[in-house]
Design a protein around this ligand. Sequence first.
Ligand code: ASP
Length: 315
Amino acid sequence: MEPLIVVHGGAGAYRFSNDEERLRYTRELEDAVSDGLKALSTGGALDAVVAAVSSMEDSGIFNAGRGSVLTISGNVEVDAGLMDGSSMRIGAVAAVRNVANPIKLARMVMEKTDHVMIAGEGATELARMWGLFTRSSRFYNEVKLRRFEDVLKDYANGKGYFNRVIKLAGELGIGDTVGAVAMDRDGNLAAGTSTGGVWLKFDGRVGDSPIPGAGYWAQNGVGAFSASGLGEVIIRSMVCIRAAFLVENGVEVAEALRRVVDGVTGRYGNGTVGVIGIDARGNVASSFNTNAMARAWGRGGRVIRVAFHGNDPWP
Ligand code: ASP
């Protein structure tokens, strides 16, 4: 099998104000793919997923890790989860503070505890013990704080995210959540997703990203999937497990993702979801009902493509 990795930087608006901005996102996505490919040259699919997702968490430009959005009270609380398709083991952390690489913490939960998911204080405590604790100041920057004020102002003017979710989703910038799916040379599959959630979420709110079957799923012989969009919609739709069922039942991966997204659109409207996936034969696909979805993939040691909008060449 030729090792393969696909990453995403969220389903959402992606309206670049200039070429420079587009280039910046392109570079970060390429770096994530390169880090994933490097991991695949010496390790397995799970190593690649962790390497690629960590790279995007560290970039500070995606809504994950250091770039995470703020809760209604101005805190940063992140969610992340991953799954190893060969063992079907899962690790996840939810609503955790002071962790810039929650995907690494999720892997520790999977490998070092008897649990699947650890939330809140307990997760921060483990991060402290395992050297993944990050100072609060690392999560803030001027752009983000300015944005927070704007979003708060909108909210005060009755443009609250949770009142008119679908309409405002694009404006408030859902998306920029990150995820990766990979296949290693032995054909093992893995998937992972990491996010800061959505602007102005209630403290303690948990989205789809740490929930297996919703925000990610990996199963050897079937496929690996990672989603982005409105967490509440993705959880109710169980996007990734639904895609896996279709592929398991003989539907081509691209068609499976299309059907799942169409189903979500039918029930909840546009602007709600995006998903990437690979099948066990190494076919690459994505589908979204948002304005755009940042995606990139690589195989055989090199980055092959970066795409944002529906008419960008893909895969
Ligand atoms: N799905 C994430 C959440 O609701 C947000 C996103 O994908 O941008 O937490």
